[in-house]
Design a protein around this ligand. Sequence first.
Ligand code: MLT
Length: 241
Amino acid sequence: MTASKSTSAPNFETILSPALLPLYSLHGKTVVIIDILRATSSICVGFHSGVSLFHPVAHPDQALALEKEGFIGAAERNGKKLDGFSLGNSPFDYLSSHLKNKKVAITTTNGTRCLHLSYEADEIIIGSFLNLKAVAAYCKHKNQDVIAFCAGWKDKFNLEDTLFAGALANSLSADFTIECDSTLAAIDLYSNAKNNLSSYIKKASHAQRFERFGIEHDIDFCMQNSIYDFVPRMVGDNLVI
Ligand code: MLT
């Protein structure tokens, strides 16, 4: 007989695209921002390299302006680093000792937009396969309703973010109430792919885009499981660990 969940178990919901955000309430919930390829993965790499904070901005010109205040500007649009910036959105841009104690002003096509859209949440944290176990432990310990927020691609559904939402929900299924069809579908997607995640994700549209750009090695890096044990979270307007 399986242990029955407490009736007060927190809920786990999944937003499959920012376009669906108006259908959900973020109040009183922990929102996990998910942009596996590559914003949330690269942000975790940056913190591993010693970045002191990430300041998400909406426009590249804001990132450039902050360079005058000692920030390092990072900008990506449509999967490519913008001219004039030393950092884009590849995890390999952030594997550098030169980033220790640096502040990074970052803007990406989808990921930083989701951070800004989540302002009503009780707390905003960063999820990636790179810190999956740490995010699961954080959510379990906090015991608060969770919304997995998939950044997708320009409001379209994408496989990799939903896969992560399914992996996270699957690891929390004993402690959370899961009645959200998006989450149930994400869990099934993850169950279908979990034994060969990296090869599964190679068929995703974003992965195909990366292959055309010759940066498929970014995919393998971002699909590593739980190599970091921290959870970046928003404090004020900045991400810190
Ligand atoms: C994003 O933030 O939109 C994605 O990570 C785009 C990318 O890095 O290719």
